[in-house]
Design a protein around this ligand. Structure first.
Ligand SMILES: NC(=O)c1ccc[n+]([C@@H]2O[C@H](COP(=O)([O-])OP(=O)(O)OC[C@H]3O[C@@H](n4cnc5c(N)ncnc54)[C@H](OP(=O)(O)O)[C@@H]3O)[C@@H](O)[C@H]2O)c1
Length: 268
């Protein structure tokens, strides 16, 4: 039987590919975007912004009125801000945390009453490898993803009595609109002491992403995970090299691992 799936952020990247893949495979998909987009391929598009609780509540209500249930929530909407931590503006830090973290909480709050009544459901939170290791010049992005990791761990235990599963996805580098949507923060100019290093590191970050995997790979993985009766609590979906970095982060002394990661990003 089909599942009713609610995905945030389906105008591009993972969200778009996943919504298309799941629809083609017989699932009933509702997805949000802040833009007004025409619904196509039977994907039901709802205008909502994860940072605006009322808009998310209204979108969830629409789904519940039509379908009577939400089986799977995929918390995907997100964006990245890059720049030196020291120079980040309070406004940009807020946008980063409001979108990636508080926005996710808004959606979870809106969906949970229905899932609890159903006594079943799956919440899939899109984190990042950057939620397992602090990435230079993406400090607040990493912080937002670490926050998701902690929240998901706590939530998984709280929701166990209601038979609701919480799964965390940690993608490595993928080529999506994430790269072009990235906001550069930090009042960069020639007087900024981080300027040269930041630009060097940013170029590595962008090269990694542009050479990254295609989002339809992640969509297929999500399709499989949704079909599992007992999914794992987390999945790293990345290249072999990035998976190795995750393992090394756990095994190596911090100073040694930071040296390796820093040198990948051109930091001596
Ligand atoms: N690409 C990667 O390498 C990578 C790696 C690890 C993790 N991730 C994570 O994967 C998720 C999806 O990213 P992506 O790579 O697919 O990037 P993307 O192509 O830029 O897509 C991001 C989606 O999020 C939506 N969005 C952004 N802000 C929103 C808001 N305030 N409210 C509602 N929707 C919002 C956008 O929709 P609208 O603009 O239409 O609202 C868009 O559909 C993000 O959480 C990102 O952190 C990406």
């Amino acid at each position: 039987m089909h599942k009713v799936i609610f995905i945030t952020g389906i105008s591009s990247g993972f969200g778009k590919c996943t919504a298309e893949y799941l629809t083609q495979n017989g699932q009933v998909v509702y997805g949000t975007s802040r833009k007004s987009i025409e619904s196509n391929n039977q994907i039901n598009i709802l205008k909502a912004d994860v940072t605006d609780l009322a808009s998310i509540k209204a979108a969830v209500e629409t789904v519940l009125k039509k379908e009577g249930r939400i089986d799977v929530l995929i918390n995907n909407a997100g964006m990245g801000i890059s720049g030196p931590v020291e120079y980040a503006s309070a406004e940009d830090i807020k946008v980063q945390m409001d979108t990636n973290f508080t926005g996710m909480v808004n959606v979870i709050h809106s969906v949970l009453p229905a899932m609890r009544k159903q006594q079943e459901g799956t919440i899939i939170n899109i984190s990042s490898i950057g939620g397992l290791m602090g990435l230079p010049f993406q400090g607040f992005y990493s912080a937002s993803k670490y926050a998701i990791e902690g929240l998901s761990e706590a939530l998984r235990m709280e929701l166990k009595p209601f038979h609701i599963k919480v799964v965390v996805i940690r993608p490595g580098d993928f080529y999506t609109s994430f790269t072009s949507n990235r906001k550069i923060d930090g009042h960069l100019n020639e007087n900024n002491p981080y300027e040269a290093q930041f630009l060097k590191t940013l170029s590595v970050i962008e090269t990694d992403e542009k050479g990254g995997m295609k989002p339809d790979y992640l969509a297929r993985k999500l399709g499989k995970i949704i079909g599992l009766k007992h999914p794992r609590s987390h999945y790293v979906i990345a290249t072999a090299e990035q998976k190795l970095a995750v393992i090394l982060k756990r095994l190596l002394p911090d100073s040694f691992f930071s040296g390796i990661l820093g040198s990948h990003y051109g930091i001596k």
